[in-house]
Design a protein around this ligand. Structure first.
Ligand SMILES: C=C(O[C@@H]1C=C(C(=O)O)C=C[C@H]1O)C(=O)O
Length: 354
């Protein structure tokens, strides 16, 4: 379908407050959309129905869902999806900076007392938009980050969420699966990339925790060496993990539950880190650091992504969400700067509306 018609159809759907989701896979120019016909907020326990799932950080069993069976499916192709990235100045707010660096210091204290090895903390920041335009958001989001998984989700009960995430939670295809350990961040420059021991250790911890939690549900595991992954104006360290699902019995639901929340977005040990986050972060992450993606073949095939570099847009306000992993070597001011840098990803998308 022609991009203009595609955009018009979805804008009309939004005006009627009808649910929809549109997404494009990494490196692909095809944007697929599901336009739900009713206003029902579908919830699923088993990830075994064709459609698109959106799960919160506090996922236990239940996630929001747009079923293919209640939707019209349309597609379009993006032309020339390449935009130059220009860093935007973000005014520093002293109170926000104090609150965040204090939170990071508290994590470091807990790590010193050996309560945890790593905790990922985060914050949210609001930006005022001069004028929200769905069409502008669509072209800006999908053309700025062709290498990321991009999505826009809307339901009158969840609001409008969108993002461009570099991180796969799990991809399943014919009994085989792929996942990744993504951790360690530095700004992208033209210089040679060097990773220090802090980042290498932090990333290894994520790889170890993921491979351990996969042991129960998989039979063959292949683990790559860590390599640099570019995500817009940032670089991460990434290890690819792939294998075969155990006896053909492991379902998508089981593998997602075994992985989520990974130490890339929660911490290690998982239980302590999650409780610390819920008690101390001081805001509700909602769908940020949850997972989302299309489910096909009744769960035999799926691409579930971690919901990072995302925002919720309400009227003329964009709520951006950013965080970072804290380990023994972390420094509060550097962690603050890392969240400022991560904010650039969604700010680039908002530029035409600021
Ligand atoms: C928590 C975020 O990113 C995660 C934390 C990272 C880190 O601490 O280096 C890197 C990639 C992500 O796994 C975020 O983008 O908000």
């Amino acid at each position: 379908m022609d991009l203009q018609l595609f955009t018009q159809k979805i804008s009309d759907h939004l005006k009627e407050e009808l649910p929809f989701v549109l997404y494009a896979r990494p490196q692909q120019n095809t944007i697929s959309a599901l336009l739900q016909k009713s206003k029902t907020l579908f919830k699923i326990d088993e990830l075994a129905t064709n459609g698109f799932v959106l799960a919160p950080f506090e996922y236990e069993n239940t996630a929001c869902f747009i079923p293919e069976s209640d939707s019209e499916k349309i597609e379009t192709e993006l032309q020339n999806p390449s935009v130059e990235l220009k860093s935007l100045e973000i005014a520093e707010n002293d109170t926000e900076k104090d609150e965040y660096t204090t939170l990071v210091s508290k994590v470091i204290d807990n790590i010193k007392y050996r309560k945890a090895k790593k905790i990922v903390v985060s914050r949210s920041k609001d930006f005022h938009l001069n004028k929200f335009s769905f069409g502008t958001l669509l072209t800006s989001l999908f053309s700025t980050y062709p290498q990321a998984f991009r999505y826009i989700w809307y339901h009158p009960q969840t609001g409008l969420w969108c993002g461009a995430t570099p991180e796969t939670l799990v991809q399943v295809e014919n009994n085989t699966f792929k996942t990744m350990a993504l951790a360690g961040t530095q700004p992208y420059t033209n210089n040679e990339v060097v990773w220090g021991p802090k980042e290498l250790d932090e990333q290894q911890l994520v790889t170890d925790a993921i491979t351990t939690s996969l042991q129960r549900v998989t039979s063959i595991l292949k683990v790559s060496n860590p390599h640099t992954h570019r995500a817009g104006s940032l670089l991460h360290l990434r290890t690819d993990i792939s294998g075969v699902l155990k006896n053909g019995k492991t379902t998508l639901t089981k593998i997602a539950a075994a992985l989520h929340p990974t130490p890339a977005i929660c911490g290690a040990p998982k239980k302590f880190a999650k409780e610390f986050i819920l008690e101390n972060e001081g805001y509700n992450r909602a769908f940020y650091t949850g997972f989302l993606g299309p489910i096909q073949d009744n769960g035999a095939s799926a691409s579930l992504m971690v919901n990072l570099r995302c925002m919720q847009i309400e009227n003329n306000t964009a709520h951006l969400f950013v965080g970072g992993g804290i380990t023994i070597g972390s420094k509060p001011l550097e962690e603050w700067q890392e969240t400022q840098n991560k904010m650039q990803t969604m700010l680039q998308v908002l530029t035409p509306m600021l």
